[in-house]
Design a protein around this ligand. Structure first.
Ligand code: SME
Length: 200
């Protein structure tokens, strides 16, 4: 039979463990926020500095939404793009996910727009001049060029990273290669079949 003293002791131990766990979580969160610093003068150097740090950020956090939100923030803050965000595929539609930038269309029917076309083709699409892309969906009149990068799992697109720029012709093979690496990190973190990336 457990006496009152033992009960008290086990209660104290439980609170100590809970307190330590809270401290550890706070420490981990603070550490990630402080350490994610992208350096470099050129876009290439910035991508090189950013990608390993994103890998570590994804390693530290299990939640998909939190990770997508931070990826959008890192890209937006360090590259100055007009809009950076994710659309997830739900049936024959794309639905807006975490993003940074002006208010955007909540839903896009596949294969409409640059994002829908990237889903239909299951490959990255670079649009040097959005006015010349038939069917482009203008969420902001400031957008001049765009890149849409799909994440493909088991032959099916689950997620699209969309980036808009206020400059014409702002995206090159470098952006394609680097943003595809970012999507690869997400793919590796949430391998198929993953309910977080499954259609609803
Ligand atoms: N321009 C995109 C729509 C999404 S917004 O740019 C955020 C498209 O044509 O699919």
């Amino acid at each position: 039979m457990i006496d009152e003293g033992s009960k008290e002791l086990s209660k104290l131990l439980r609170s100590a463990v809970e307190y330590a766990a809270t401290k550890e979580i706070k420490y981990r969160l603070n550490r990630m926020a402080e350490e994610l610093e992208v350096s470099g003068a050129t876009r290439s150097e910035k991508y090189q500095s950013m990608i390993p740090q994103l890998a570590s950020l994804l390693g530290d956090e299990a939640d998909l939404i939190a990770n997508l939100a931070n990826i959008a923030a890192v890209l937006s803050e360090n590259f100055g793009f007009l809009w950076v965000g994710f659309y997830r595929r739900v049936g024959e539609e794309l639905i807006l996910g975490p993003f940074q930038g002006p208010v955007a269309c909540s839903r896009i029917s596949i294969p409409d727009g640059v994002c829908g076309a990237a889903v239909a083709k299951a490959e990255t699409i670079i649009v040097p001049n959005v006015d010349e892309f038939s069917g482009h969906i203008a969420c902001s009149s400031k957008s001049k060029s765009e890149i849409a990068v799909p994440l493909v799992q088991n032959g099916e697109v689950k997620l699209v990273l969309d980036v808009d720029s206020e400059e014409f012709n702002d995206f090159s093979e470098l952006d394609k290669k680097s943003l595809e690496q970012v999507m690869k990190l997400i793919n590796e973190k949430y391998p198929a079949p993953n309910p977080l990336l499954q259609m609803l």
